[in-house]
Structures are given as structure tokens and as C-alpha cells.
Write a protein that binds this ligand. Structure first.
Ligand code: SF4
Length: 301
């Protein structure tokens, strides 16, 4: 066994640490983690697990969400500089300004936002429950931040609401093109095309199925198709192939990579476990307010 892997396993055991990895992490990190999943699944794991030391292999907003849900635990983000450009498109001040312009609207923020943005939101949502959350909030006007593609998808599925969008987007998912989709249809006529709702509108309109990463995993397993084309970050292919050895998976067009998700390597994980760096620290007030928005999500799905 690789010396680094041995050391990580030893430290994990010794410190009773829980190592969580997002579906977009590199295969070595996914294979060594205690759990692999989407951001909210992982945050729930961190809350429910008895471990007091959580090592979150993902990007900052995810580790922050884990901290908000388990404030008495030490949450580490091994790749200190792993941010999310989508989350960074909006600040708490931007949300407060939107509130001034639309005083009757509720603010629904996608989990891909900073803790500060969550703290000034009414309720949070994930890509799998966004449609239900928007449908069930008590106001007709809804400010949806920050992803305009997911927001467009939500608005299309909840026509009774007036959804006000923020102009944010995920640079990874926005790289998939209509040409990629048309080409895939020609090349694999029997394949099912499953895409993430952060993809652009023209992709969402023409795909066979639109789902979050957790939803994609479920759908790929249930699908009768033996070939599945995936419109999301290429890291998900590792889990899809592991869970479905009888099926073939391809990325829609060329593989699309989130550079921030790839910042966590075995070196970062080892250093983080060894020195207990980099800890997520949030103000108590932010934890409380953001925690309320996350708790409300459960009520509105
Ligand atoms: S894939 Fe997109 S939304 Fe996810 S962390 Fe990377 S930039 Fe952010």
C-alpha cells in the first residue's frame, strides 16, 4: 500500500476523524473517504456521525455547511484555497440589495453560497429539492440565487411563481454545449443523456433527465439504457462506474473539470489530518442564521 495512504488511514483511526469526499473529488480521495456524496448528504453525515473531527474534501461552501450543521465539531478543509466561483458571484450585501428592490419576495439560496449569504436568506435549497422549495414557500415572488440555470429550470417547473434570478453560473457546467448534446445523440442513439441543472437552458431542454449528482447516481442505476451520457463534472464517472460495472458511461462532449474540486490530493489530506489544518471558523451569529435557513429547507421540501 502507498505510504501516504497508510499514514492517512492510521491518522484517521488514531484521531477518530471522519473523512468526507464530494462526488467530484479525484478517485484516490473518493476511495479513501468514509463517505462520498453530494454536499448536503455529506453535511448530514458530519452532523450525525459521532466523530468530533471532520475532514471535508470538497470546496469551502460545503465545509462551511458542514460546520453550520455541526457547530461543536472541528471541520477541516484540506485544500484551503478551494473556493467555488459560482458561490463567489454573490455576497450578503447583494442579497440585501435584492431584498430592498423586491421587499415582498422570499430569498431562496442554493447551498452553493457562502455562510454569510445563507444567513441573509429565508431558506436554502439543493439542486434536488429546489423545485419543491420554491413551490412551497409562502410568497409569489421568489428571489433565487445564485445559479441562473438552476433558477431557470425551477421557474419552468413552478410557473405559478415569479422567480427573480441572479446572474451566476457554474463555469464547469456552462461549458457543455448544444453541439455536444447533438453529437452524443448521433454517436450513441440508444444512450440516455442525464444532465445537472447547472447546465445551460438549451441542454436542460433537450436532455432525457435532469438531476443533481445524487439523482444522477440513482437514475443511472435505474435506467434500462446500457450506455449513459453524463452532463456534469467528470469526477462523478468514478462512482458511476464503480456502482454500475455492467454499464458504460461517457461525459457529454469532452470531460469537464472543476479545478477547485481537484485541489485536494493525498498530500493535502495527509497534511490536514496531521496538523489539523485548515479549520473552518464562522461567527456564532452567522452559524445561527444560516442554520435557520438550512433547517427551513426541510420544512419546505
Ligand atoms: S463544479 Fe461548479 S458549482 Fe461545483 S464547486 Fe466547481 S465551480 Fe462550484
Amino acid at each position: 500500500m502507498d505510504k501516504k495512504i497508510e499514514k492517512i488511514l492510521e491518522l484517521k483511526e488514531k484521531k477518530k476523524a471522519l473523512v468526507l469526499a464530494h462526488n467530484y473529488q479525484i478517485p484516490q480521495i473518493q476511495d479513501i473517504a468514509d463517505f462520498v456524496g453530494d454536499s448536503l448528504e455529506l453535511s448530514k453525515k458530519s452532523k450525525d456521525a459521532p466523530s468530533l473531527l471532520i475532514v471535508f474534501c470538497g470546496v469551502r461552501f460545503m465545509a462551511e455547511t458542514a460546520k453550520i450543521l455541526s457547530k461543536d465539531k472541528k471541520v477541516l478543509l484540506p485544500a484551503n484555497l478551494a473556493g467555488c466561483p459560482l458561490a463567489e458571484t454573490i455576497t450578503a450585501k447583494d442579497v440585501l440589495n435584492l431584498r430592498k428592490v423586491h421587499p415582498d419576495a422570499w430569498v431562496v439560496s442554493y447551498v452553493n453560497t457562502s455562510a454569510e449569504v445563507k444567513a441573509v436568506s429565508d431558506v436554502c435549497c439543493t439542486s434536488s429539492n429546489a423545485i419543491n422549495v420554491v413551490k412551497n414557500v409562502p410568497t409569489k415572488d421568489v428571489i433565487f440565487v445564485p445559479d441562473k440555470n438552476l433558477g431557470w429550470w425551477v421557474a419552468k417547473n413552478v410557473p405559478e411563481k415569479n422567480v427573480i434570478l441572479w446572474n451566476g453560473g457554474c463555469y464547469v457546467h456552462e461549458q457543455f454545449t448544444l453541439e455536444d448534446l447533438l453529437e452524443a445523440r448521433k454517436k450513441f442513439p440508444d444512450a440516455e443523456i442525464i444532465v445537472h441543472p447547472e447546465c445551460k437552458k438549451e441542454i436542460l431542454e433537450r436532455a432525457d433527465f435532469v438531476a443533481s449528482t445524487a439523482g444522477m447516481l440513482k437514475r443511472a442505476k435505474a435506467s434500462a439504457a446500457k450506455t449513459v451520457i453524463i452532463g456534469t463534472e467528470e469526477g462523478l464517472l468514478h462512482k458511476l462506474e464503480k456502482e454500475n460495472p455492467d454499464k458504460k458511461f461517457f461525459s457529454l462532449g469532452i470531460s469537464r473539470t472543476c479545478l477547485n474540486m481537484k485541489k485536494t490530493t493525498l498530500n493535502e489530506l495527509l497534511a490536514s489530518l496531521e496538523k489539523e489544518i485548515y479549520e473552518i471558523n464562522l461567527e456564532e451569529e452567522i452559524i445561527e442564521k444560516a442554520g435557520l435557513a438550512l433547517e427551513r429547507m426541510v420544512k419546505y421540501v
